[in-house]
Ligand binder design. Sequence first.
Ligand code: SF4
Length: 269
Amino acid sequence: MTPDILTGTEEDIKELVDGLHFGEKVDRAKELLAWAFDKFGDKAVVANSLGKDSMVVWDLAVKVNPEVKGFIVTTVYKPAETITYMNDLVALYPDNLKIYKSDVNVGDLYATDPDACCKALKVEPVRQAVEEMNVECWITGLRCTEGRTRTDFREIEERDHGLIKLNPILLFHEREIWQYMAINSVKVNPLYAQGYRSLGCAPCTKISTGDNERAGRWIGTSKCGGECGIHTQPLKAISTVNVAAIREENIHPEAVTAGEITGDDIVDR
Ligand code: SF4
């Protein structure tokens, strides 16, 4: 079956988020990952932020393809707990995971211009990883129920010029992430035990309550509950992937896909 690249509406996503049970979502995520590894080989690479969602995707990816490659972007502002957690994870997967970190000194730019700070410390290293690792499909832990900025994503996307983005756990609820981690004994970043629900750099991440998982991010700024930019800004300028051909292929029969989003559509939310 050939998926229709334009039929993945927000309603389709909502129906699947509430209509599929946990086991079906896990199977679906594995099928999507298997498709990506089959199609892109070692150019299908997992982006790991060390948060709970990334860790579920990493665990799924390793189960589907033990040789999978991944990259972690860290910053000078990451909490000590996250750095220790990262080092422990990389020690477990020394041949699979690569760390990227900007050495640009941005001072306290996070306080005055967090968008610029994120661009320098997060978006640029991701671009570097995409280029150096020759990525044609990057795999993320993005979930559509995670916050106000994440409702219009699809499982397979081309957000910028030839770089395919796979979001295999897009349909997971927050509880299903914890369900997966418990069932599969995935090690948890200790910051969650303190009450954090979404993890980032120390100056921009607070413990929060309420429904919005990302409410603790960038509190007190216009960026509150928003994005660092890696999901909203272009990561690759030159196309090396024949996206038109992918649209003609058989992929996951029910995968909700989206076509290329032009530069006009890419906004930092
Ligand atoms: S989360 Fe905060 S400290 Fe980290 S890169 Fe973004 S603005 Fe800078």
